[in-house]
Design a binder for this molecule. Structure first.
Ligand SMILES: Cc1cc2nc3c(=O)[nH]c(=O)nc-3n(C[C@H](O)[C@H](O)[C@H](O)COP(=O)(O)OP(=O)(O)OC[C@H]3O[C@@H](n4cnc5c(N)ncnc54)[C@H](O)[C@@H]3O)c2cc1C
Length: 483
């Protein structure tokens, strides 16, 4: 019996285990389907204790493991390890508490994002971070990716809404970080854990901040000749001190795709549309709404529609929320890119993306969180046409380079995962990356938690046998120790 067979037998005493290759193929990729690895086995713990027992067995056998929530990640973060165990949290979907008096909810990691708001709504609350995948993605995945969404401009990302977590450490211990009360003393280990993409442990319970449902919500759709004007309107609104709940932009190609898919009826001839949503006390929303309308008109909006009711508001959002999938209607293949730039650089960067697209003959549709400067260029190609996939990849990489050039980042909200590990050196020096890996090693000296993700060249602690060549500057200074 090999190590993996022995491990499977031991794990069967803990929870359900899949080892049938056909069944394992269901889990071979996440939302980034061009990376595929069939795991050695998949397990489905029902509780924190079962999850900890699984990790302990993996550690004892020296076998790597990867956590998976709903598998909607777009950076290959939940890509399995061929010789490893995939730990799926889909059997851990209990909402353990909704405590409006503390403005908190306590949930298991497999709980679907939107279900938190559904549970909180009768109490007059909701969960603010709203990734477009919120109908299916899990809170554990959101925490691991520090996910964002349209309304994170005003309310902040996942990290601003997680006040506590129970996790299984890479040693297999169950520990708690934070809790219902804000701001515990000491190092912000919870802050390090949020966004760690499954490399520092597995969340088994998460305490979330709930936000009061706003008294009023008003949404407008403004049509512009192009992205220059829409970008300028976005900057003008924020510069005026208005913080909308959301400012989303779609360019002409994204609008074309959305129209083909969901017939959202956006204004004819728009080269770009902005969806601006304000929420809060009624009087404040009314005053700010007038200001937003003015900035849109001053920056060239040729048509402004104001949602008369929830049905019209939903229609405005339908085009935006369907846009990623809708692009499939106008192109057989596409890359969903994710980068960030300072908001004020939007017009210039969008112009440079258009120039890149024209130069290389690759179409790019833009649909994104304009308020945050979080771009989502969709780079279209046809894999059946020789050379198109390569050209699309080149354009996609060049867009990330632009983000870095303008002082932004190689990912806004989809994480680094497997896909973007290779781009990390474009943002960080070797010393920066080594310092980050020292943090990883402090949590996971064996390097068994989601290995091969986030870092391009594992040189410290256990990710690959052997040690980094040369000494890290922090080691030389006597400030850090390599395990
Ligand atoms: C159509 C579409 C739209 C999207 N829109 C957005 C968006 O607007 N904003 C946004 O931020 N993202 C978006 N995403 C990306 C994705 O939905 C998010 O990253 C989401 O948080 C992933 O959740 P998941 O449960 O699917 O996680 P998975 O894909 O299963 O896993 C993601 C990462 O989290 C780790 N992980 C999972 N569970 C745990 C756990 N319990 N403990 C520790 N680590 C864990 C995994 O190892 C992996 O590294 C979108 C994806 C799609 C397909």
């Amino acid at each position: 019996m090999g190590t993996l067979d022995e491990l499977a037998a031991r794990l069967r005493a803990v929870c359900e285990v899949l080892t049938d290759r056909q069944q394992l193929r269901t889990y071979e990729c996440d939302g980034l389907a061009h990376y595929r690895v069939v795991p050695a086995m998949v397990v489905f713990p029902h509780s924190a204790e079962e999850c900890a027992a699984v990790v302990r067995e993996c550690v004892a056998a020296g076998v790597p493991y990867v956590a998976r929530g709903s598998g909607t990640g777009l950076s290959g973060g939940a890509l399995p390890h061929a010789e490893g165990v995939l730990i799926v949290t889909s059997q851990m979907r209990a909402i353990l508490a909704v405590a409006p008096e503390d403005e908190r909810a306590v949930v298991e990691p497999g709980v679907i994002n939107l279900d938190v708001s559904r549970a909180a709504r009768p109490h007059g609350y909701y969960y603010a971070p709203d990734p477009s995948s919120q109908q299916i993605c899990s809170i554990g995945g959101n925490l691991a990716e520090n996910s964002g969404g349209a309304h994170c401009l005003k309310y902040g990302f996942t990290t601003n809404h997680v006040t506590g977590a129970q996790l299984v450490t890479p040693d297999g211990d169950l520990v708690r970080l934070g809790g219902r009360a804000p701001d515990p003393p000491g190092y912000d280990l919870l802050g390090a854990f949020v966004g760690s993409e499954g490399t520092l442990g597995i969340a088994t319970e998460v305490t979330l901040r709930l936000v009061r449902l706003p008294e009023a919500v008003r949404t407008l759709l403004a049509a512009f000749a192009g992205t220059d004007q829409a970008g300028a309107a976005t900057s003008a609104i924020i510069a005026a001190g208005v913080v909308p709940a959301a400012v989303e932009m779609m360019d002409a190609l994204a609008i074309e795709a959305a129209e083909a898919a969901v017939h959202c009826g956006y204004p004819d001839g728009a080269g770009a549309v902005l969806i601006v949503e304000l929420d809060g006390p009624g009087a404040e929303v009314d005053a700010q709404f007038t200001e937003v309308e003015r900035h849109c008109r001053d920056n060239g909006a040729f048509e402004i529609r104001i949602a008369a009711d929830d049905t019209e508001r939903a229609l405005f959002w339908k085009g935006r929320k369907s846009a990623f999938a809708a692009v499939g209607r106008i192109s057989p293949d596409y890359i969903v890119q994710d980068g960030v730039i300072p908001r004020t650089a939007l017009p210039e960067v969008l112009r440079r993306i258009a120039a890149l697209s024209a130069e290389r003959g690759v179409r790019v549709a833009n649909v994104f969180h304009a308020g945050d400067g979080n771009l989502h260029p969709l780079v279209l190609f046809d894999d059946a046409v020789d050379g198109q996939a390569e050209r699309a990849e080149e354009v996609s990489t060049a867009i990330l380079e632009l983000c870095v050039e303008y002082g932004g980042s190689i990912t806004g909200e989809h994480g680094v995962g497997m896909d973007k590990a290779r781009y990390m050196p474009r943002m960080f020096t070797d010393a920066d990356l080594d310092t980050m890996q020292l943090v990883r090693c402090a949590f996971d000296p064996r390097g068994l938690a989601n290995p091969g993700k986030v870092f391009p060249t594992p040189r410290l602690c256990g990710e690959v046998p052997g040690r980094r060549k040369g000494t890290h500057p922090l080691q030389e200074a006597g400030l850090a120790e390599v395990f």
